[in-house]
Design a protein around this ligand. Structure first.
Ligand code: FAD
Length: 322
């Protein structure tokens, strides 16, 4: 019996969310007296895969077919179902992102398994398999009990701190036979996001809204982000107005982030925006309107003009760092 965890192989390496997934799967496995097996699809070095042992994987199953280097829903589903059979998996864990959201429902359907999408907790196994998940774009939680024999869970990234660890685990090849139909729908191109810190991975995020007045003022956001080593984000109207690229847009219809620090500058704090950022550990708001709704969600707030306050904050932080 095992807990199988599908990790995302990004050109032969793994991001923080994969380490979090493996750590999560290992903790679920230990609750169930089982072991966590990580599944890696596509081209990857043995060393990179073995290092997943440091996060609790007892072993890695590797389906090395190079056609799996890019997401292909049907082929990925086939590989996960094969790996689940091979390891007698009782729980299958994937990320609640493009890969997991694409593959997990199909796997659940094939295995007649219940699915908890967007989980943010470990399962409570004292009376069933009860898991807490985000609903209504993060404004509420639901507790769902998965009663099927096999359970499928997609985990919302940044739900848990990742503990750095040492160690490695064995890697075993798994052979899966694919046919051309399995690759009928394929990702053709992945556009890489520029910027030194990817937003989804960032511990610190500086974000701007319509209160910045226009793209010509974004220097204050970028300067502050550079001082902090933070990623930059924005509200939806900012992306819709092409002041900033769409991948920076956070909220209900954008990215969901959970950094340690979220600095919101000139953003009103509409519920649709909060849905993407209200998991941040500390929220700092700079807004000229003391009645701005964002202040209700803030840990620290500054009432003032963004274009005056932000450069001053930046100068103060630079002095602090020096
Ligand atoms: P505004 O609402 O215009 O607020 C600007 C703020 O800046 C105000 O609070 C103002 O007091 C302040 N300000 C103005 N000048 C200054 C200054 N000089 N210094 C300091 N502060 C200043 N929005 C998202 O962000 N993400 C989403 O994913 C999203 N999804 C949506 C989905 C749906 C279905 C709908 C209907 C809406 C969605 N929205 C989303 C839009 C959302 O409702 C808000 O309209 C949006 O978040 C407002 O963006 P904003 O705060 O940048 O702009």
């Amino acid at each position: 019996m095992s807990v199988l965890v599908l990790v995302e192989n990004i050109e032969g390496s793994f991001k923080k969310k994969s380490f979090e997934l493996v750590q999560y799967a290992a903790a679920v496995a230990s609750k169930m007296g089982a072991q966590a097996t990580a599944l890696v699809l596509g081209t990857c070095s043995n060393d990179a895969m073995a290092a997943l042992g440091a996060y609790g994987a007892a072993k890695v199953l590797h389906v090395s077919d190079a056609r799996l280097d890019k997401l292909s829903a049907r082929a990925y589903t086939k590989a996960v179902v094969a790996a689940a059979g091979h390891t007698a998996a009782k729980v299958i864990v994937a990320s609640h992102d493009v890969v997991g959201k694409t593959v997990a429902p199909q796997v659940a359907s094939r295995l007649k398994a219940g699915l908890a999408a967007g989980a943010v907790s470990y399962p409570d196994t004292s009376n069933g398999f009860v898991i807490k998940r985000n609903v209504f774009a993060g404004k509420a939680f639901a507790f769902v009990n998965i009663t099927s024999d096999i359970k499928v869970v997609t985990l919302l990234a940044n739900s848990f701190q990742v503990a750095k660890a040492e160690g490695s685990c064995p890697v075993e090849a798994l052979s899966v036979t694919f046919d051309d139909k399995d690759f009928a729908v394929q990702v053709k191109e992945v556009n890489k996001v520029s910027g030194s810190v990817p937003l989804s991975e960032a511990e610190l995020v500086v974000s701007g809204g319509r209160g910045l007045k226009g793209p010509e003022n974004w220097g204050v956001i970028e300067d502050l982000a550079a001082t902090l080593g933070a990623a930059t984000a924005c509200s939806r109207p900012v992306a819709d107005s092409h002041w900033r690229p769409h991948h920076e847009h956070v909220g209900q219809t954008g990215g969901t982030i959970r950094p340690n620090l979220y600095i919101a500058i000139g953003i009103s704090g509409a519920i649709q925006h909060l849905a993407g950022v209200n998991g941040s550990k500390t929220i700092v708001v700079i807004n000229k309107d003391p009645e701005a709704p964002f202040f209700k969600a803030a840990d620290y707030g500054v009432v003032g003009d963004a274009l005056e306050v932000t450069p001053k904050l930046n100068e103060a932080l630079k002095k602090f760092k020096a």
